[in-house]
Write a protein that binds this ligand. Structure first.
Ligand code: CU
Length: 245
């Protein structure tokens, strides 16, 4: 009896955590393998409001930023790495490509760096009913591991802000924005919280055999820089910044 109760309690607790985690804004397919182009979606699971609240404000837009790999922060097996992303991934350029869709939002466009490479995208313009999920489609081009590298997987942290009300930065609150971002970059877009569980993750797992000298291989993680978030998170539409404002 006690054992059954314990099992039930554990199951109930893990279900609560699972559903809470699932309702965050995440990628439909967070785990992919190298060398394959994958159709994916940003899944907006709920509107703005305190985590766990039942009444939420509808999301009217979303802003999505991939680490550009230029000034990103890299760790290898948990340790800071000062070399380049190209030591592990040799084609991290123009990896996301937005798929045109007016299924959820009327307006959308890609975000580009100074060279015109896509580093993110946004969509918005009308409210997503709070009772439904919103799927914002994009494609991830085939990612390839650098020959000779020891990386067995590379996890990219994708920063997303769901917007429920257009405000200046000073108006950011749980009821106006959903911050699916890092908690300690030091940008106005940082998620409030002690755990760094905001961004949506995308893990690329290597399918080819590692060089024999690599042993078990290295686990690589890539976060955007504060400078990139500050530069790339705002939404520019027809040459004008429309959010935040
Ligand atoms: Cu959530």
């Amino acid at each position: 009896m006690y054992k059954q109760l314990a099992t039930f309690t554990l199951t109930a607790v893990s279900l609560v955590f699972a559903s809470a985690a699932f309702s965050h804004t995440r990628l439909e397919t967070p785990s992919i393998t190298d060398g394959v182009r994958v159709t994916n979606n940003v899944v907006i699971g709920h509107g703005c409001g305190a985590e766990g609240s039942t009444v939420r404000n509808p999301v009217i837009g979303t802003s999505v930023v991939f680490p550009d790999g230029v000034d990103s922060t890299i760790t290898v097996d948990g340790q800071p790495y000062t070399g380049n992303l190209s030591d592990f991934i040799d084609n991290w350029v123009n990896i996301p490509k937005q798929n045109y869709s007016r299924a959820v939002f009327d307006l959308q466009d890609v975000k580009t760096d100074s060279q015109g490479n896509v580093i993110g995208f946004w969509a918005g313009g009308n409210p997503l009913p709070t009772s439904m999920n919103g799927y914002v489609p994009f494609r991830i081009n085939a990612v390839t591991f650098t020959e000779g590298s020891c990386a067995s997987s590379v996890e990219f942290f994708i920063s997303i802000v769901d917007i429920c009300e257009i405000t200046p930065i000073s108006g950011f609150s749980e009821s106006t924005v959903g911050l699916w971002t890092h908690n300690s970059l030091g940008t106005p877009y940082d998620r409030q919280g002690t755990e760094d569980d905001g961004p949506a993750s995308l893990t690329v797992t290597r399918t080819s055999t590692l060089p024999a000298s690599c042993g078990a291989g290295q686990v690589v993680k890539v976060k955007p820089s504060a400078a990139q978030i500050n530069r790339d998170m705002p939404i520019i539409y027809n040459g004008q910044q429309v959010w935040p404002q």
